[in-house]
Ligand binder design. Structure first.
Ligand code: URA
Length: 235
């Protein structure tokens, strides 16, 4: 059981002082009742509202973002916009971070969480959680690329694990990786002299980017979706 002011501060990013002020001003309800004492102990199943914003009650938060171009996958950056800035106040918590990196110009499925163990599980190469990308390149997609990806491309930091390339058009394909090295897809195509012009992550494990989530939008994952990420799919 945690104190109400601490939960509000942690989960919204406002200071403890501001959380206390909001509570004593009667702006906070716990399971439908206005609570004015900051040290009120919140139960696991209590629903907390700050004004009309619901504060997530789970121990950890798991957010899916449809990452737009122009945002870096970091919690802070002195010059550039970060994916964390796209998280709305009602989902924000201290300690959230992007679970895995997408390049600044890459779009699509990104998970943001404050659960380090979960992030490790979905990112660790040993766990083989497949990540599927839609790719557009500046040259025609060839059988050699498909063969090379499947056999394992040699990059400067070692041979890549076998990756699946499915041609979807002359210049487009879907690539499924089970590891996540720096600029991996761009470097893999670079071995064939091709430049990636568009890169969009479609899925992680068995979870696909929801079609109704517009670029820049976030929402909390359901427990079923969370389980899908860790479920292995047969590619
Ligand atoms: N591979 C890349 O080159 N960039 C990404 O953002 C993701 C995978």
């Amino acid at each position: 059981m945690e104190r109400l002011d601490k939960i509000i501060s942690n989960r919204t990013g406002i200071s403890r002082k501001d959380a206390k002020a909001a509570i004593s001003a009667g702006k906070v309800t716990v399971s439908g009742k206005i609570i004015r004492s900051s040290d009120f102990k919140v139960g696991e199943n209590d629903e907390i509202f700050l004004g009309c914003n619901k504060i997530s009650g789970n121990a950890h938060i798991y957010i899916v973002l449809n990452k737009p171009k122009g945002y870096v996958s970091a919690t802070e950056d002195p010059e550039q916009k970060t994916v964390i800035e796209l998280v709305p106040p009602e989902l924000f918590r201290n300690g959230i971070f992007p679970a895995g990196r997408l390049d600044k110009d890459t779009t699509g499925l990104m998970i943001i969480t404050d659960d380090g163990d979960f992030a490790h599980r979905i990112l660790a190469p040993k766990k083989h959680v497949p990540k599927k990308y839609a790719v557009t390149i500046d040259l025609p997609v060839t059988d050699e690329m498909e063969k090379g990806f499947s056999e394992g491309i040699e990059l400067s930091d070692g041979i890549c694990k076998s990756a699946k390339l499915l041609k979807t058009g002359d210049f487009t394909c879907e690539v499924t990786l089970s590891e996540g090295r720096y600029h991996q897809i761009k470097r893999m195509f670079g071995c064939f002299g091709a430049k990636v012009t568009e890169l969009h992550r479609l899925s992680m494990g068995g979870f696909c980017l929801p079609e109704n989530l517009l670029p820049g939008e976030c929402r909390e994952l359901t427990n079923e979706e969370l389980a899908l990420i860790e479920s292995k799919v047969n590619e």
